[in-house]
Design a protein around this ligand. Structure first.
Ligand code: GTP
Ligand code: MG
Length: 148
């Protein structure tokens, strides 16, 4: 079953959006496999966003991610990587559709409240990076009511 790494960034936590964001993934029918609140070290944030290390905003991005606790999660379900990105909305909130998390709750790209993996391969990499202890294995009871 497909899994994705979703993270509520420090602004999302500080602005009281944790429950709202979790609710959107849960109501859709996705399964929560892991969740923890944590402060992020500079080294860990740099690893997570390593692909962007040459960007001019990299330093600001890393200090943003370390500016307060994040909520790290693993969600599972059919096409959860792609659908998760749809639920989140475009990177720049100025372009995110209303109804998406970024479209509804933020204004600037440098304070866009949430992260979601952009491909199945990066999801697996990020899940390993953030949850080296592994995720919770259990049988979600509503499966037959969500999948045909
Ligand atoms: P993530 O889910 O956080 O990975 O966002 P994304 O996949 O939609 O975008 P991308 O991976 O390209 O960029 C990662 C993060 O860097 C974004 O979510 C923004 O927080 C930040 N970012 C991207 N582009 C810019 C930019 O032009 N300026 C600033 N200040 N931040 C940016
Ligand atoms: Mg990204």
């Amino acid at each position: 079953n497909e899994r994705t790494y979703i993270m509520i960034k420090p602004d999302g936590v500080q602005r009281g959006l944790v429950a709202e964001i979790i609710a959107r993934f849960a109501r859709k029918g996705f399964t929560l496999r892991a969740m923890k609140m944590m402060n992020v070290t500079k080294e860990h944030a740099e690893k997570h966003y390593a692909d962007l290390s040459s960007k001019p905003f990299f330093g600001g991005l890393v200090s943003y991610m370390c500016s307060g606790p994040v909520v790290a999660m693993v969600w599972e379900g059919k096409d959860v990587v792609k659908t998760g990105r749809k639920i989140i909305g475009a990177t720049n909130p100025a372009a995110s559709e209303p109804g998406t998390i970024r479209g509804d709750f933020c204004i600037e790209v440098g304070r866009n409240v949430i992260h979601g993996s952009d491909a199945v391969e990066s999801a697996n990499h990020e899940i390993g990076l953030w949850f080296p202890e592994g995720v919770c294995e259990y049988e979600p009871c509503a499966k037959a009511w969500i999948y045909e």
